[in-house]
Design a protein. Structure first.
Lengths: 1176, 528
C-alpha cells in the first residue's frame, strides 16, 4: 500500500466519494455541483488545458532530463494536498474560495483530554497539512492558550512509527501485513461466532467525554448487550472522583473560577497544569497575581506540595510536605475553619473533625496552619482550597466542606454531574475484566485507543491475560505493546484525521474535524470502528457525528436551521453556549463526617517507610512516548529529559546513600551525569530505578513518574525510562511504607539545567514583597521616558525594578559608540531608524509564569526546531529556542524558600554583543529592532554564542534537522535489544556517524515543518527570531488590506494582530509582544510598568525583551516581610537618593547565602565610592 | 685564569693550548661582567661550523631520528584521520556545547600561535637589539614558528561549523556584495595571523638562502670530486640499506639549488641580503606585538566576564614569548644531546639567557594573573569576581580549579627555580621547567576560555565541558604535525644560520683584543 502518493487529485485512481443523499452537499463551484465531464479533468490538472503542451514536442529532451527531479519534487509535495473529502469551514473572517499557496488556513477543532474534558484548538494548515496547533480563542476553557500535549500532538500525527496497515498475527506464520478488507472479511466471519448477547466480547476503550463515542457505545451494547465495556485510563484521578461521590452522593466534575480569588490554599494540587481545567485556572489565577499599580489587590497563595510543581512556583508560601502530612494539614485547617464558621448542617462534621486528634504536621508549624486558616477565613467568599490527586477521597470530601465554610461554592468552585463513563472505576473495571479472562469467559477483546498491555497496574499480569484471549483486536494510532500482542492490529486515525466530537470539562460541545485525510489510508477512527463492530458495513465518521449532533441540538439533519448551526459549529469549533456556568449545590456534611470519623491520618514517612507519589510525566500515560518534543521537554522542577528517575530530596538521597555520582551537583563530574540505581519496593513489588535528587521535595518521599519505559513504541520512545506501572496498584496516586535500597549500577540522566541556585545573583529573577511594592511603586521615575523603552533603562532615575539590580550600582549606560541604527550613543534619536514603528519588543511577566513549558513546545513546532536526544541534552546541546530557567532560593538546598521560573529566549538586544563579533555578518540587526540570523551566511564560528550574555543561541552541532533522529540510539541495536526483551538503554551515540551514512528524515516527518521557516543545516547557529515569519505575514496582510500609511512605512500593524507562538500558547498570558512604539499596545504598557527591568541591562545590551519582576504577597505572620530593598544602611554615600538599592532583594535571605557575598558587597561599596568621586 | 675567548684566540693564533679549563660548565658561564662569554666554543673554526651544520643535513639519518620521525608522524596521522572525520560528521564530535562554544579548538589555536612567537621575537627583535647570542637559536626558532603557525592555522579553520563556507571570511566582494564584518576580532585574526605567517615564512626562508647555497655547493663539490654517495637508509636492525640508483647529492644539488635561487656569495648579494634582512626585521617586530594582541582581542572585546579585560594584549604577548621560549628550549636541549657538536654552538650561556627570559616573562604573566584578580575585585562586578573566584580559584566551588592551579604552578611557580644559578645553568632542570611552562601555557588558554565560558551570567545555562576522544586526538595530531615538521627540518635544512654564527665568532673580529693576527677568513660582521 502506498503511503505517500494518495492524493486523489494526482492519481485520479480513486473516485471522489459521492456525498450520501442524506448528507449536505458542499461545492466549490457550479462545475463541481454539476459534476460535469469537463470538471473532473479540470480538478485533476494543475495547469489549464494547453499549458502542459509546452512541455511536450520540442522540449521532449528537456522533460526527459528533468523527469527524475520533477518526480522527486512531486514525491515531496504530493502528500501536501491531502485535503479531507468533506468540506469544513476555515477559521478566518473572510473565507477564501480556494487555498492560497503560502498562506496558512486555520481551522477550529478540539483535542480530547485523557479522562475527560477537551481543549479547543485552532490548527494552522499549510496546503492541507496541519503544522502548528494553538488554542481556539473562542473556546471558553483554554481560549488561545494550549497545553504542551495539544501543541505537541501534531508531531504524533506525523510519527513515522505509526501503525500503517492492519497486521494479522497468523498463528502459524507470525505477524502478516493485511488489508482492511481482510479484516472486514475476518470480522464478518468472526461476528457470527460471537454468541447472541455478546458476553464473550469485551472492549477496552479510552476514557473520554465524547457524545458520539457514547452513542457508538450504546449502539455496540445494543447489538451485544452482554459485552464488557471498560473505559480505561491508567492515570485517572480516582481520589477526586471518590471524594466527589462522598461529598455529593454522586460523581461530580469540579469547576473553578479563580478570577476573584483572594486567598488560595493548594493541598498538593497542580491546578494550573495537566488537568482538564488547568489552562482556564492558569489564566484566571495568573490575573489575580498581577499588579501594576501600588495598592492593587493581589491574591495570596499558599502551596503545600509533595514535589515542586508549576503551580507551586507561584506560591507566596510554599511548604514541602509528604502527602500524608498534607492530609493532616487539611484536617488541621478544617478544624480551625469549621470551628470559626461551620456552615448550616455541618454540625456532625464539626464534631467529627474535632474528634480527630490535632495532628502535628511535619514540615509546618501549628501557628502557621492557624494563620493560613485564619487568612482563608478573613477573605471568606473570596478564598478557596484546591486539593490534588495525592489526597485521599476523605480529604477531597473534607475540602468540599471547607470550601462550603469559606463560602466559595457557587462562585469560586462548583460542581456539575459527571457522566457515568468518566466516573467509572477504570482500575476495578479492568480487574473485573481480567478475572473474566481468567475464567475463560472472554473470547474476543477489542482495544480502541488504549494500551493496557503496557499500562495495566501491577499485579494484574494483564499482558499474559491479554495473550490468553483467543481473538484480540487493537485499533490505535501509534505502535503499542497492545497492538504488537494483538491478533489483529489495526491502524487508526489520529484526531487530526477524523471526524469526532468531545465535551469540554465545562460541558462545551466541541467538534473534531479532520485537517487531513488519514496519512495511512484506509484507516478507521474509533467512532467508525465501533460503528463497524455494531454492524455498519461502511461506517462514516462524518455521518456518525452529524447525526449525533443533530440529536443533541434537537434539529433535523436536513433542516435549514441545523445546516446553519452546523456551519457555525464547524467554523467556531464548538457549539456556543453549550458550556455550563457556576451552579450552587452544597456538599452533604453527614457522609463527610462519617468518612472523616473513619479516616486515620498516617504518620510522617521515615527513611525505612517512604511515602510514594505517582504522577504522570510529559508522556502522560505513555501515549506520547514517541513524541520527541515531549521527551525532550524538561521536567518542570528537575529539568530532566528523556527519563523518569524517581525523585527524592537531597537529604533523603544522602541518608539512603543514593545520591547521584558527584553528589547533589552531579553535572560537574561527567559528561553524561549518572544516577545511582536503587531497588524501589512498594507493597512488596520490587523495581530497579535510577534515583535523582529534587530540591524542594519533602524528606522521605519518593516521586515516581508514570508513562515511561515503553517497549514497543517507535524509535524515539522505545526503551526510554522505566515502566513504573510495575510498582503501582490500580488507581493509586500514593503509597506508603516503600523502601529504596541502593543496588549496583548507574544510569545516564540528561538535564537541561545543571545548576539549582541563582548563586546570589538576585538581579536575574527580581522579586519584591508586596509591602515594599506598595510603598515604592507609587513614586514614578521623574524624567522623559525613553522613546523605545518607556520607563526602562538609560534614564537618570530608574524605575523600581531597575533599582533592585545592577543599574542602581553603576553609572548610567552611555555607550562610547554610536549605534548605527539609532544614530545615538544613548536613546534612539528622533528620526532614527528605531524611532518609527513598528519596533518589536516583548515583555515576560515573572509574576505569573509557572514554567509549564508550553512556550518551548509551541516554539519548537512553529520554528522547525529539531530534537537532539538524551546524550546530546546531557552534553548541553538542546536546541529549544526558549528555555525556562528554574532557580531555587533560600539558604538550604534541601528546603528552598522559593522556586522561581524564568523563560529565556533571545532578548533581541539593540546593542547586540553577538552582532559585532560575527566575522561574516550572519547575524545583523533589522530596522524593526529584531536581531536576525542569515542562516546561509553563517559559517559556524560560534563566537556569537560565546559573546551572548543570555546564552540563547543554539548551534547545530550535528545534522539534526536533516537526518533521522532517534534520541541517540542505534536503531539496529534497539531492534536487537527489543527482540531479547530488554529495555536496556544503549549509550552509543548515533550522531557520531557521519550524516551521509545515516537515514534521512522521513518524508512524513517533514510534513510537520512550517514552510515559512528554514530547516537549518549542520554547522549553523540559530535562535529565537521573534517569529519573524509571523511578523512578515502580518506586514503582508496589512499591506494587502491597504491599511499602511506611507510608501516606506508599513503599518501600523494593529496591536494583537498577530502573536508569537510562545505568546499565543502561554496559559498565564505572561508573554506580551508587539510594537513598543505604539503607546496603546499591550507591550508598551507593560514596559511602562514599574515592574519592568532589563535582564543584565547594565552591560548596555538594551534588550528588547524585558521582564516584569515578581511581586510576592507573603503573610507577615508566617514569613516576616524582608527589609525594604531600597533602604539599605548607608553603604552608598556616593550614590545618593534612589541609587542605594542592593541587588540581593534585602536581607531576607532569599538567595543561597554566599559567604563571599558580604565581602563582595564591601567591594561594591568601595568601588562605588570611587565612581561617585569621579562623577562629582 | 684565561678567559675562554682568549683561549680560542690564542689557539687560532697557533699558540697556547686548550688545556685551560673553565671554572665550571662548558666555559661560557662567565661571571665577570666586563668579559663577553664566547658564543661558540670547543675550538670551533669556521670550517667546523660549516661542517657541523651542513653535516646534520648531509649525514645519513641516525636511528633516533627515524624513531622520532615514526612516533611524530604517527601522531600526525591522528590529525589526518580526525580532521576529516570532524568535517564530515560535525563539530559535535568535539565536547563543545551551547554554553562552552569554544574549548580545545581555540585553546590549541592560541597555544600554537603563542609558541609561534619566540621565533620572530628572536629573529627580529633580538636582531634589532643586536643580541648576538640569538644566532645560536634563531634558525630553529624561526622554523618552529612556521610549524607552530601551521598548527595554529588548522584550528580556526576546522573549528567552524561549515568549513566549506570558511572562504566567506576572506574580503572578497562576492556576488552578494557582502564584505566580512570588519568589527569582528575573528576577522582581525584572519588578517593578523596570515600576515604573521607570511612575514615569518619570508624571514625564515630569506635567512636560509646563503646556507642553502652552501649545502648546494657542497653537494656540487662532492659530485664533481666523485665523493658523492647513493642513498643509504638506516634500518631498525642497525644495518644500512643501500639504494644504489639514487644519488643523494644529485637531488641535493637540484633541490638546494632551486631553493637558494642563484645565491653566489657575492658582495652585492650579501649587501642586499643584509638590507632585506634588516627591513624584514623591522616589519616583523611590530607583528610580534600585534599578532598576539589581536588574538587576545578575540577575548578582550567580548562582554564575557573573564574575557572582557584590557590587560589581555600585553599579557598575551608576554605569555606568548614565555611559551615560545619554553618550546625552543624543549626542542633544542634534547638536540644538544643527540646531535654531535651541537653543544659547541648552543652553549650553556645560551640556555641560561633563555632561562632568564623565562623567569622574566613568567613573572610578567604572574603579574598579569594577579592584576586580573585585583581588577575583578576592585571593579566590584559581581559576575567578573565570580568568574575569578568561583570558576577558577576556589576549589570548593570551581569544577575546573585544577586547571587554574596547573596554570599557576607551571607558569608562575616553576620558573622561580631560575632564581638559582645552578638551576638555570642545568640543561635538565631547564628542560623540565620548559616542559612545565609549555603545559602551563596550554592550561592558561584552557583556563581563560573554558572556565570563563562554562559559568557565565545566568546560572540557568551553566554547563561543563568535557573533551571527547576526537578533541584529544586532534590535539595530539597537531603536536604530531609540529614535531614531524621539526624533525624533518633537523634533517634537511641548515639548523643554524652559519653566516651569522661565524660573524659572532672571535675569528670574525679583525680588530679584536689580539691585534696583529689577520683573520683567517673574511667574515661578514654585523658590527664594524
Amino acid at each position: 500500500m502506498s503511503t505517500i502518493d494518495q492524493c486523489p487529485s494526482t492519481t485520479g485512481l480513486e473516485p471522489e466519494p459521492q456525498d450520501k443523499p442524506t448528507g449536505k452537499q458542499h461545492w466549490r463551484s457550479v462545475e463541481e455541483f454539476s459534476n460535469s465531464e469537463s470538471f473532473r479533468p479540470f480538478l485533476e490538472r494543475e495547469f489549464p488545458e494547453g499549458a502542459s503542451e509546452l512541455l511536450e514536442g520540442s522540449r521532449r529532451t528537456f522533460v526527459k532530463l528533468m523527469g527524475a527531479s520533477f518526480a522527486l519534487a512531486g514525491a515531496a509535495t504530493i502528500p501536501g494536498c491531502r485535503r479531507p473529502d468533506r468540506k469544513i469551514m476555515p477559521y478566518s473572517r473572510d473565507v477564501p474560495e480556494e487555498i492560497i499557496p503560502g498562506r496558512p488556513l486555520y481551522y477550529a477543532s478540539a483535542m480530547p483530554l485523557l479522562g475527560g474534558g477537551a481543549e479547543g484548538l485552532l490548527i494552522e494548515t499549510h496546503t492541507g497539512r496541519p503544522t502548528h496547533i494553538q488554542g481556539n480563542p473562542l473556546h471558553p476553557m483554554n481560549q488561545s492558550a494550549s497545553s504542551i500535549w495539544s501543541v505537541a500532538s501534531v508531531l504524533d500525527l506525523y510519527n513515522p512509527d505509526r501503525l500503517k496497515f492492519p497486521v494479522y498475527a497468523n498463528p502459524a506464520r507470525g505477524p502478516l501485513q493485511a488489508t482492511w478488507d481482510d479484516f472486514k472479511a475476518f470480522w464478518g466471519r468472526h461476528a457470527k461466532t460471537i454468541d447472541g448477547k455478546g458476553s464473550s466480547l469485551a472492549f477496552i476503550v479510552d476514557k473520554k467525554s465524547s457524545p458520539s463515542r457514547d452513542a457508538m457505545r450504546d449502539r455496540v451494547l445494543a447489538r451485544f448487550p452482554g459485552a464488557t465495556w471498560v473505559a480505561w485510563n491508567a492515570i485517572e484521578t480516582r481520589n477526586e472522583i471518590e471524594g466527589g461521590k462522598l461529598a455529593f452522593g454522586e460523581p461530580v466534575r469540579s469547576h473553578h473560577d479563580l478570577s476573584k480569588a483572594a486567598v488560595v490554599l493548594s493541598l498538593d494540587s497542580d491546578f494550573t497544569f495537566g488537568g482538564p481545567e488547568s489552562i482556564k485556572n492558569a489564566r484566571l489565577f495568573a490575573r489575580t497575581r498581577r499588579v501594576d499599580r501600588p495598592d492593587e489587590t493581589m491574591s495570596r497563595f499558599y502551596a503545600a506540595e509533595s514535589c515542586p510543581s508549576s503551580t507551586g512556583s507561584l506560591a507566596d508560601h510554599r511548604f514541602r510536605l509528604a502527602p500524608s502530612q498534607i492530609s493532616a494539614l487539611a484536617v488541621a485547617v478544617a478544624q480551625r475553619i469549621l470551628n470559626k464558621q461551620a456552615p448550616a448542617g455541618s454540625g456532625s462534621l464539626k464534631t467529627a473533625i474535632e474528634a480527630v486528634k490535632t495532628p502535628a504536621v511535619e514540615g509546618i508549624s501549628a501557628e502557621h496552619i492557624h494563620e493560613i486558616a485564619d487568612d482563608l477565613m478573613r477573605s471568606r467568599g473570596r478564598s478557596v482550597v484546591m486539593v490534588g490527586p495525592s489526597q485521599p477521597p476523605e480529604i477531597h470530601a473534607l475540602v468540599w466542606a471547607i470550601n462550603a465554610a469559606l463560602g466559595a461554592i457557587g462562585t469560586l468552585v462548583w460542581t456539575s454531574p459527571m457522566p457515568d463513563e468518566l466516573a467509572s472505576d477504570a482500575g476495578a473495571d479492568l480487574a473485573g475484566l481480567a478475572e473474566r479472562i481468567d475464567r475463560g469467559e472472554i473470547k474476543t477483546l477489542i482495544c480502541i485507543g488504549t494500551n493496557p498491555v503496557f499500562d495495566a497496574p501491577a499485579g494484574m499480569d494483564f499482558a499474559q491475560k491479554f495473550d490468553s484471549v483467543e481473538t484480540t483486536i487493537c485499533l490505535g494510532v501509534g505502535a503499542t505493546e497492545t497492538a504488537a500482542a494483538s491478533t489483529w492490529s489495526l491502524n487508526g486515525a489520529h484526531y487530526l484525521e477524523q471526524w469526532g466530537d468531545v465535551e469540554a470539562w465545562d460541558g462545551t460541545l466541541s467538534i473534531i474535524q479532520p485537517m487531513i485525510a488519514p496519512l495511512y489510508e484506509p484507516a478507521m477512527s474509533d467512532l467508525e470502528m465501533l460503528a463497524f463492530v455494531a454492524g455498519e458495513a461502511e461506517p462514516d465518521g462524518y455521518e456518525i457525528v452529524s447525526q449525533v449532533w443533530s440529536g443533541r441540538i434537537g434539529l433535523a439533519r436536513d433542516s435549514k436551521a441545523f445546516d446553519k448551526t452546523w456551519r457555525r459549529v464547524l467554523h467556531d469549533g464548538l457549539l456556543s453556549g453549550s458550556g455550563k456556568g457556576p451552579a450552587g449545590g452544597s456538599p452533604r456534611f453527614g457522609p463527610i463526617a462519617t468518612a472523616i470519623s473513619a479516616f486515620t491520618l498516617a504518620s510522617a514517612p521515615t527513611e525505612s517507610a517512604l511515602e510514594v507519589v505517582y504522577a504522570p510525566g510529559n508522556t502522560l500515560d505513555g501515549r506520547h512516548a514517541n513524541n520527541g518534543w515531549l521527551q525532550e521537554l524538561p521536567d518542570i522542577a528537575s529539568k530532566v529529559t528523556w527519563a523518569n528517575p524517581v525523585y527524592v530530596s537531597p537529604a533523603t538521597a544522602k541518608a539512603l546513600g543514593v545520591l547521584p555520582e558527584g553528589g547533589v551537583d552531579p553535572y560537574t563530574k561527567q559528561q553524561l551525569p549518572q544516577a545511582r540505581k536503587a531497588e524501589l519496593r512498594i507493597d512488596g513489588l520490587p523495581m530497579e530505578v535510577p534515583v535523582w535528587v529534587q530540591p524542594g521535595m519533602p524528606d522521605n518521599t519518593v516521586r515516581v513518574m508514570l508513562g515511561y519505559g515503553r517497549v514497543v513504541c517507535g524509535l524515539v520512545g522505545s526503551g526510554i525510562g522505566h515502566n513504573t506501572n510495575a510498582v503501582r496498584q490500580a488507581g493509586r496516586a500514593t503509597a506508603t511504607g516503600a523502601t529504596l535500597e541502593r543496588t549496583s549500577g548507574t544510569e545516564t540522566i540528561a538535564s537541561t539545567q545543571d545548576h539549582w541556585s541563582m548563586e546570589s545573583r538576585t538581579s536575574i529573577v527580581r522579586t519584591i514583597d508586596k509591602k515594599w511594592w506598595d510603598k515604592h511603586a507609587g513614586t514614578p521615575p521623574s524624567h522623559e521616558p525613553d522613546d523605545i523603552y518607556g520607563e526602562v533603562g538609560g534614564v537618570a532615575i530608574l524605575n523600581l525594578a531597575e533599582q533592585l539590580g545592577e543599574l542602581a550600582h553603576s553609572p548610567p549606560n552611555v555607550s562610547i559608540y554610536k549605534n548605527p541604527l539609532t544614530q545615538s550613543d544613548e536613546n534612539a534619536r528622533k528620526g532614527s531608524t528605531y524611532s518609527h514603528g513598528p519596533q518589536w519588543g516583548m515583555s515576560i511577566d515573572l509574576g505569573s509564569c509557572t514554567g509549564c513549558g508550553v512556550c518551548t513546545i509551541a516554539c519548537q513546532s512553529e520554528n522547525n526546531i529539531p530534537i537532539v536526544g538524551r546524550n546530546e541534552v546531557a552534553k548541553g546541546r538542546e536546541m529549544q529556542w526558549i528555555r525556562v530557567d528554574r532557580y531555587f532560593t533560600g539558604d538550604d538546598l534541601n528546603s528552598p524558600d522559593e522556586v522561581l521560573m524564568q523563560p529565556v529566549a533571545c532578548v533581541h538586544c539593540e546593542n547586540a554583543p553577538c552582532e559585532t563579533v560575527c566575522p561574516v555578518t550572519a547575524t545583523t540587526h533589522g530596522p524593526e529592532g529584531t536581531n536576525n540570523m542569515a542562516y546561509n551566511r553563517c559559517i559556524g564560528t560560534r563566537y556569537c554564542a560565546n559573546n551572548c550574555p543570555y546564552k540563547v543561541r543554539r548551534f547545530n552541532f550535528f545534522d539534526w534537522g536533516q537526518t533521522k533522529h532517534n534520541g541517540g540510539l542505534d536503531p539496529k541495536y534497539v531492534g536487537k535489544s527489543l527482540a531479547e526483551g530488554s529495555a536496556e538503554r544503549i549509550t552509543f551515540n548515533e550522531n557520531f556517524i557521519p550524516p551521509r551514512l545515516r537515514a534521512k528524515v522521513d518524508e512524513i516527518s517533514k510534513m510537520q515543518h512550517n514552510p515559512n521557516v528554514t530547516v537549518r543545516p549542520r554547522g549553523v547557529m540559530e535562535k529565537c527570531s521573534y517569529c519573524i515569519q509571523r511578523i512578515n505575514r502580518a506586514k503582508q496582510e496589512v499591506k494587502t488590506r491597504e491599511i499602511w500609511t506611507s510608501r516606506d512605512q508599513v503599518g501600523p500593524i494593529p496591536d494583537g494582530f498577530f502573536q508569537t507562538a510562545c505568546q499565543a500558547a502561554c496559559p498565564t498570558e505572561s508573554i506580551t509582544f508587539g510594537d513598543i512604539l505604539d503607546p496603546n499596545s499591550a507591550v508598551a504598557k507593560a514596559k511602562e510598568s514599574q515592574r519592568t527591568y532589563m535582564l543584565l541591562g547594565y552591560i548596555d545590551t538594551r534588550p528588547r525583551t524585558t521582564y516584569a519582576l515578581r511581586v510576592r504577597n507573603p503573610n507577615e505572620h508566617i514569613r516576616p516581610v524582608e527589609s525594604d530593598p531600597l533602604e539599605h544602611g548607608g553603604s552608598h554615600e556616593g550614590g545618593g537618593e534612589k541609587h542605594n538599592g542592593h541587588g540581593d532583594g534585602g536581607s531576607g535571605g532569599h538567595a543561597f547565602v554566599d559567604p563571599e557575598k558580604k565581602y563582595r558587597e564591601d567591594g561594591y561599596a568601595m568601588s562605588l565610592r570611587v565612581l561617585g568621586g569621579v562623577k562629582a | 685564569m684565561k678567559e675562554p675567548d682568549q683561549i680560542n684566540t690564542e689557539r687560532l693564533a697557533g699558540g697556547g693550548a686548550v688545556a685551560a679549563t673553565a671554572p665550571f660548565g662548558d666555559g661560557t658561564l662567565i661571571e665577570d661582567p666586563a668579559v663577553d662569554a664566547p658564543l661558540v666554543i670547543n675550538d670551533t673554526s669556521f670550517a667546523d661550523v660549516t661542517d657541523t651544520v651542513c653535516g646534520y643535513a648531509e649525514k645519513p639519518g641516525a636511528l633516533w631520528w627515524y624513531a622520532a620521525l615514526t612516533v611524530a608522524s604517527s601522531a600526525a596521522l591522528m590529525a589526518a584521520i580526525f580532521i576529516p572525520y570532524l568535517i564530515i560528521t560535525g563539530v559535535g564530535t568535539w565536547g563543545l556545547n551551547n554554553q562552552v562554544d569554544w574549548a580545545w579548538d581555540i585553546t590549541n589555536f592560541v597555544f600554537w600561535i603563542g609558541i609561534g612567537h619566540a621565533g620572530t621575537l628572536i629573529s627580529a627583535v633580538l636582531c634589532l637589539l643586536k643580541q648576538k647570542w640569538r644566532t645560536a637559536v634563531n634558525r630553529s626558532a624561526e622554523a618552529m614558528t612556521i610549524f607552530a603557525v601551521i598548527c595554529a592555522g588548522i584550528f580556526p579553520g576546522i573549528h567552524v561549523g561549515r568549513v566549506w563556507m570558511a572562504w566567506m571570511l576572506a574580503p572578497i566582494p562576492n556576488y552578494n556584495g557582502i564584505w566580512p564584518n570588519f568589527r569582528s576580532p575573528l576577522l582581525w585574526d584572519v588578517f593578523a595571523v596570515s600576515t604573521y605567517a607570511t612575514v615569518s615564512l619570508l624571514f625564515w626562508y630569506m635567512g636560509m638562502i646563503p646556507d642553502l647555497a652552501s649545502l648546494r655547493d657542497r653537494a656540487q663539490k662532492r659530485l664533481a670530486t666523485g665523493q658523492s654517495m647513493h642513498l643509504r637508509l638506516m634500518l631498525p636492525t642497525g644495518k644500512p640499506l643501500d639504494i644504489h640508483f639514487i644519488n643523494v647529492d644529485k637531488i641535493r644539488a637540484f633541490v638546494y639549488g632551486l631553493l637558494s635561487i642563484g645565491w653566489r656569495f657575492s658582495s652585492r648579494h650579501w649587501h642586499r641580503y643584509e638590507a632585506a634582512y634588516l627591513i624584514l626585521a623591522g616589519i616583523a617586530t611590530p607583528l610580534v606585538l600585534s599578532v598576539h594582541s589581536i588574538v587576545s582581542f578575540d577575548f578582550a572585546t567580548a562582554v564575557l566576564p573573564g574575557w572582557h579585560t584590557t590587560i589581555f594584549p600585553p599579557y598575551f604577548v608576554a605569555g606568548a614569548i614565555f611559551g615560545g621560549f619554553a618550546m625552543v628550549l624543549l626542542l633544542l636541549i634534547p638536540l644538544r644531546v643527540v646531535l654531535p657538536n651541537f653543544k659547541s654552538l648552543l652553549t650553556l650561556r645560551h640556555l641560561e639567557n633563555m632561562a632568564k627570559i623565562l623567569l622574566v616573562t613568567g613573572m610578567m604573566v604572574g603579574f598579569a594573573y594577579t592584576m586580573e584578580f585585583f581588577i575583578a575585585w576592585y571593579g566590584g562586578n559581581e559576575y567578573e569576581w565570580s568568574v575569578f573566584i568561583n570558576n577558577r580559584a576556589n576549589p570548593a566551588k570551581a569544577p575546573y580549579w585544577w586547571s587554574y592551579y596547573i596554570m599557576i604552578s607551571c607558569n608562575v611557580i616553576s620558573p622561580q627555580l631560575f632564581w638559582f644559578r645552578k638551576m638555570r645553568q642545568n640543561p635538565t632542570a631547564i628542560w623540565i621547567v620548559a616542559l612545565a611552562v609549555t603545559i602551563g601555557m596550554w592550561f592558561e588558554r584552557f583556563t581563560i576560555i573554558v572556565t570563563s565560558l562554562h559559568r557565565a551570567w545566568l546560572p540557568g545555562e551553566w554547563h561543563m565541558f568535557f573533551p571527547t576522544w576526537v578533541d584529544i586526538l586532534t590535539f595530539v595530531g597537531s603536536c604530531g604535525i609540529f614535531l614531524t615538521l621539526f624533525i624533518l627540518f633537523t634533517k634537511f635544512l641548515p639548523m643554524f644560520a652559519m653566516a651569522e654564527l661565524k660573524a659572532v665568532m672571535p675569528q670574525a673580529d679583525p680588530h679584536g683584543e689580539h691585534k696583529g693576527h689577520d683573520p683567517v677568513f673574511a667574515a661578514i660582521g654585523e658590527e664594524d
